[in-house]
Design a protein around this ligand. Sequence first.
Ligand code: CP
Length: 375
Amino acid sequence: MTTTASIDPAAAERLRGRSLLLTSDASADELAALLAVAERFAALDRAGKKAALLPHELAYAMFFDNSTRTKSAWAGAAARLGMHPVIVDGSSTQVSHGETAAETGAMLGMNAHALGVRHDLILGEGNAFMRDVKKGIDDYLAATGDPRSVPVVNLQCDIDHPTQTLADLCWLREKFPEGIAGKHIAVSWAYSPSYAKPLSVPQGLIMLMTRFGAHVTLAHPEGYRLMDPCLASAASHAASSGGSFRTTSSMDEAFEGADVVYPKSWGPYDLMLSRVEANRARDTKRMGEIEKEALARNAGHKDWICDERRMKATRGGDALYMHCLPADIGAEVSPGVMAKHVVNVAREANWKVYVVMALLAAAKVPDLARRLEAL
Ligand code: CP
C-alpha cells in the first residue's frame, strides 16, 4: 500500500513549464511537491485507476547510451498519462553528423510535447547538451507563437540522474515513512569489471539526499573523486537541511552504523575527463584504450564489495541495500546480499515510472494538485 503526502498546490504550480535538468534546479518545497505527485500517481496506478492527463501527446526520447529501466519507465509513464512514447537511439540522429543541440531541439520540439534525453558518458557535455536542446525548443516555439510547453526530462547526464535519484528517494520514503532526516546513508564506490560507469548517480545522490536532512557519507578509493560543484552542492545542502556530508577513502568506515548503503561503481575521474578530447576527436581507438585503462584501474580495488561482512557493520546488521541497477553481482555486491535485496531493488526501480509521470505532469498540467485529487 502506497501512502501519499499532500501536494502543495502552489509549489506544484511553480513547476509548470519547467524542466528540472538537475534536482538542484528545484527548491526543497518544489521537490517535496514532485515527490508527493509521484506518490499519488503510484497510489492511483496500484489501485488500478487511470490518470490519462495528457492524451494524444507525443513523448519523444533520445538515448545516447544503453538503458533498460529508464527507457521502460519513459514508455510506461507516457502510456499511463495517455501520451504516445517514442524512443530513438541518439547515435542514429543527425547529431553524429554535426547537427547542433539547439537545431535538434527545435526539430524535435516542433512535433513533440515532451522530450527525454540520456547523454551521460562525456563529462562537461550531457547537461549542457540538454540545456541547448531546451533553448532550441523554446526559441522555436517563441518565434512561431506556439503556446505549447515542451519540457526536457533529464534521463541521465554527466552531472545528475534525477529520475533515478528521485525514484530512490520515493523508495526511501516508502521504507522510512518518518522521512530520511537523521538517517545515515553510505554512498560508496564498488568494484566493477564491466565498464567505466558514469559519475552521475553518486553525484545526484549526494546532492539530493542532503536536501532532506540525511547524514551522507561518500566513500571511494583515491582517484575516483566526483565533480567539485556536486561536492560543494552536497555540503551546502547538508548545512541548510540539518544533515551532514563527509567523504572517506574507507568503505568499511562508510558502512559503520549506516541505515542505508548504496554501493556502486564509477570510472576514475582523470580517465573520465580524458574521454572528452578523445570523443571530440571522434578517436574511437583512444576511447577503447581509455576504457581498458579504467577497467585495469578498477581491478586494483576488487576488495570494494558490498558483502555480508560489511553489511554486519551497518545499523543492526541490516541496512537497506540500494542500487540503481544493473549491478555487477560478485563484484559490486556479493550474490548473498543481492539475493536478500532482490525485490527491494526492483521496487526501488519501479518508482522511476511514477517520477517520470510526475515530472511530465507537473511541467504540463495546469492545476495539477486539484486534478489529481479529483482522480
Ligand atoms: N538505473 C538506470 O538508469 O538503469 P538503465 O541504465 O537501465 O536505464
